[in-house]
Design a binder for this molecule. Sequence first.
Ligand code: HEC
Ligand code: HEC
Length: 227
Amino acid sequence: MRIGLGAALLMAGLVAAAATATAQQAPIMIKGEPYVYDKDNAQDVMRICAGCHGELGNGGGGGAYPRLGGLNADYLAEQMRKFKSRERENIPMIPFAVDRELSERDVLDVTRFLSEVKLETKPPANMPADGYARLQIMKKVLQIPREPGDVEAGKTFYAADCGPCHGNKGQGRLKKPAIAPQHISYLKVQVDSFLSGKRKHDDLEVMKAKTPEEWKNLWAFLSSLQD
Ligand code: HEC
Ligand code: HEC
């Protein structure tokens, strides 16, 4: 059979499209079973996490507990696996980050649920008078106190050395996590872990070369990114 060039190109296109569709549809397999997202299970698992991270993952405890809501699902899942293998140390989470409490299915469910949460950085202008209704609203609010320092200088530092990976507004990209809005005291602890080698980070030399004044300005800038 002779086919024209146009038809051949069209067919090649269809084959390519079919290949992409199969790649996207290929299910994640866990112990021989295809994984299917189970939102009810995600919400069940969240009951464990809520005590520290908040019901919708807005974090808190003066920044001891990071914001998880709205972060990339693959990043979150990878960190959970690092806690489970103890590659990343997290003492408060040790009782939960074990297979018995948290299977790979639980990890995929809860991280997908968290990644779909949309948090606000300010309470709405008209808060209801009712205490319970206010509480429901505040679960979605991520409040980051402003840090003192030179925001413009921090912006220059950030744009040159951090923005290329973490996004110009700290919004993150895939497994390079969002670092704004994020609790600043949590971020400071992470930078200390990178500098001391407890946790791994690319381009460590750049971080090591920064002065305390420069860090202060960076925190001032990051805490200013809250819309
Ligand atoms: C007892 C308190 C506690 C509980 C319960 C808890 N966490 Fe955490 N979690 C922490 C602390 C503290 C950190 C920050 C550790 C550090 O400083 O590196 C953390 C960090 C994380 C991080 C890393 C975030 C990042 O940006 O890298 C993820 C992901 C996480 N927790 C997920 C969960 C999930 C999911 C649950 C529920 C299954 C959970 N945590 C339950 C205390 C807790
Ligand atoms: C080459 C890309 C790259 C650059 C440049 C970069 N980062 Fe990162 N950063 C990452 C990746 C990837 C991770 C996640 C590491 C992991 O998987 O544990 C990360 C994680 C972090 C975290 C931990 C976030 C969390 O939720 O736990 C902080 C804080 C951070 N980076 C700060 C910075 C700062 C400040 C700069 C600028 C000096 C910077 N990064 C530059 C790629 C980068």
